[in-house]
Design a protein around this ligand. Structure first.
Ligand SMILES: C[S@@+](CC[C@H](N)C(=O)[O-])C[C@H]1O[C@@H](n2cnc3c(N)ncnc32)[C@H](O)[C@@H]1O
Length: 275
């Protein structure tokens, strides 16, 4: 009996759970997420084994990507600026959201599907940008990908700016400057989605740092120094720039101290407060 034979019933159950609903019927959140996860990872096969496995692992285990969709945090039609985008997993996911929504499979329990977005990604590392280009070349519209340092590259106008696990790589003065330039690039009702570690959760913050260093080393890069802040310090810095901040724990199932800060330039509507 082969491994595939032995796993047959398990795979069949998994596939049934992930199967899309009959045409046009909204999928259950779990089924929709499985389909999105698989479809958004698949293009990275073109970038090699590392790119594919990294995409599957990151989209599968990091709760932030699904949370952004559940909360409708990226508005339809938004110009999305993803700073420190890595291999631009968010661009791939947004393309699949468009496909799911067009097929009528978007879960009704989630926020509005982020359709018709235009994506720009920036990352320091040429290898990540190459992986993104290789995987996402066929998307329409194609994502705009730029290799460079966020401390120096100009940010074009955007409606949603995304910085997931990036700002701690630069010192506090540079963090302020990047946030100020993001603020200036955002449209009047724009939103910044910022994930950071809360340095006040000392043990969890140390674990995040340790894993971050280990992953950086495995990816063959020099481990840079990092600069953290506590949640109140992040809030103060963001309030000073005119953002209304909603802080959401975003470590779900991991031992990290991660917080997603949803930073709106306009105060959130009561029904949108959780976004
Ligand atoms: C932990 S990874 C997060 C990647 C992506 N945001 C995600 O969540 O999948 C941090 C990324 O920030 C990038 N980065 C670090 N310093 C940067 C800088 N000064 N300018 C642009 N990107 C930077 C790194 O190259 C890396 O891809």
């Amino acid at each position: 009996m082969t491994t595939r034979d032995r796993l047959g019933p398990v795979l069949a159950r998994r596939d049934a759970a992930a199967a899309p609903s009959p045409a046009g019927t909204p999928a259950s959140p779990q089924a929709a997420w499985r389909v999105l996860h698989r479809a958004a990872s698949e293009p990275y096969r073109a970038g090699g084994r590392f790119a594919l496995h990294f995409a599957r692992g990151k989209l599968g285990f990091d709760p932030v990507f699904r949370a952004l969709l559940e909360r409708g945090a990226i508005t339809p039609g938004a110009r999305v600026l993803d700073i420190g985008c890595g291999q631009a997993l968010l661009a791939s996911l947004l393309a699949q959201c468009q496909a799911a929504a067009t097929a009528g499979l978007w879960p009704t329990a989630w926020g509005p599907a982020p359709t018709h977005t235009r994506y720009t990604g920036i990352d320091l590392l040429p290898r990540d940008i190459e992986r993104a280009e290789c995987a996402l070349a066929g998307l329409s519209p194609p994502p705009q990908l730029h290799c460079g340092d966020m401390r120096r590259l100009a940010f074009g106008p955007c409606d949603v700016a995304v910085l997931l696990d990036v700002l701690h790589y630069v010192d506090h003065a540079a963090q302020h400057d990047v946030l100020l330039r993001v603020r200036q690039a955002l449209a009047p009702h724009g939103r910044l989605l910022l994930r950071v570690g809360d340095a006040a959760q000392v043990r969890r913050f140390r674990i995040s740092q340790w894993v971050d260093h280990a992953v950086t080393r495995v990816r063959g890069h020099r481990v840079p120094p990092t600069w953290g802040r506590t949640l109140p310090q992040w809030r103060d810095a963001l309030h000073a720039l005119g953002f209304h901040v909603i802080a959401l724990p975003m470590s779900g199932g991991t031992p990290f101290a991660n917080m997603l800060l949803v930073c709106n330039l306009a105060p959130a509507e009561p029904e949108g407060a959780a976004r």
